[in-house]
Design a protein around this ligand. Structure first.
Ligand SMILES: Nc1ncnc2c1ncn2[C@@H]1O[C@H](COP(=O)(O)OP(=O)(O)OP(=O)(O)O)[C@@H](O)[C@H]1O
Ligand code: NI
Length: 346
């Protein structure tokens, strides 16, 4: 059974234009994926393709002007807004794309300790330490219980600091006092403290040195090997291939292929979708072959298959008259133990 299932998810924004005119912009369309315990599924796609929004949809932290359709399941049960709120920061943890998710006014130690108790819109931050202090005066015995809980909280936090090689001194620092690499480790520590079953990591290694990237990916792999399900969002297929079990290739707001990481070999003959093959061949070790054209903007999608204007398969086999490519959007289908969204992939 899958821990997380995303079925036919679509997401659009209503934007107001001049006067009272409204425009609907479809950012994610008909997207399906699933993740098992113990596996890393990488979601790979270029900038602006809707990856972060997918993460926010799963966590239930979308902005108010977003409208969503499709279904989410977690542990076999529908993942409703109520469950999202209950599970967020605990069973379902988030490693956000930006270190700005750290609360600038809260010390790191407290931030890590409280991150598993919150489900704030902003992500991991915002504690509620103050209220606890009041109760203690009221009832000493109760207070002692709370002290023990507090000690336990600190103990747990320190264990995680040990694991991620964060000095205990760092507990008293504020986010502006730590380096970028350290801040990333704090984000991982904050995600892990609640003992999550599912981690959504949104671009966890931006602009980091190779060593730090390796370390961060190593942490994710370790957690997966302990049974955690991980969705790793990245624009960098090379990063994804270093740790992921499966790769979901994101293009213009939907997934065009789900492949095994082991299928990215040689000239990509085991891959299914022309875009996936092109991504693979664009890597330095495969000769840097560029992918011609541009990803369509969500406000002006082409008719039919979203990849059709750039597709070698569609233009090459014009003898068979592939008008379907320019007229009909292909649906996701199973192909060789993976999935593909293409009329002609074999
Ligand atoms: N609140 C919003 N209202 C309207 N459009 C939005 C909103 N938030 C995001 N978008 C648009 O949705 C698209 C997808 O954004 P998203 O942040 O998910 O992309 P991404 O794949 O995570 O990109 P990156 O790799 O740069 O992080 C973008 O074109 C963005 O402009
Ligand atoms: Ni993003």
């Amino acid at each position: 059974m899958f821990l997380l299932e995303v079925n036919n998810l679509s997401l659009s924004f209503t934007q107001y234009q001049r006067g009272l005119k409204q425009k609907n912009i479809q950012v994610i369309s008909d997207l399906s994926l699933s993740i098992q315990e113990g596996e890393i599924l990488a979601v790979v796609g270029s900038s602006g393709s809707g990856k972060s929004l997918l993460a926010h949809a799963i966590l239930g932290i979308l902005p108010k002007n977003a409208s969503l359709s499709g279904r989410l399941y977690y542990g076999g049960q529908e993942l409703t807004a109520k469950r999202q709120k209950e599970l967020r920061g605990k069973e379902i943890a988030f490693i956000p794309q930006s270190v700005n998710f750290l609360d600038p006014l809260m010390q790191i130690g407290q931030q890590v300790r409280t991150s598993s108790q919150v489900g704030s819109e902003k992500g991991i931050a915002k504690g509620k330490g103050g209220e606890k202090e009041k109760d203690r005066d009221r009832d000493r015995e109760k207070g002692r219980v709370k002290d023990r809980a507090k000690d336990k909280g600190r103990e747990k936090q320190r264990k995680i600091f040990d694991r991620y090689e964060l000095d205990y001194d760092v507990e008293n620092y504020y986010p502006f006092q730590i380096s970028g690499g350290m801040a990333r480790r704090v984000l991982v520590a904050s995600a892990v403290v609640g003992g999550p079953k599912l981690i959504i990591a949104d671009e966890p290694t931006p602009g980091l040195h190779h060593e730090v990237v390796k370390e961060a990916l190593g942490h994710l792999r370790e957690l997966a090997d302990e049974g955690t399900a991980i969705m790793l969002i990245t624009h960098d297929i090379a990063t994804a291939l270093e740790v992921a079990d499966r790769i979901a290739v994101f293009y213009a707001g939907t997934i065009v292929e789900i492949a095994w990481a082991s299928e990215f070999t040689d000239h990509g003959d085991k891959l299914r979708h022309p875009y996936t093959k092109a991504l693979w061949m664009a890597l330095p070790q495969n000769g840097f072959l560029p992918i011609l054209g541009r990803q369509p903007s969500p406000s002006e999608p082409p008719p039919g298959c979203l990849f059709q204007p750039r597709c070698s398969l569609s233009s090459k086999s014009s003898s068979t008259n592939n008008s379907s490519c320019s007229q009909e959007a292909p649906v996701m289908r199973e192909l060789r133990s993976g999935k593909v969204r293409c009329h002609f992939a074999t």
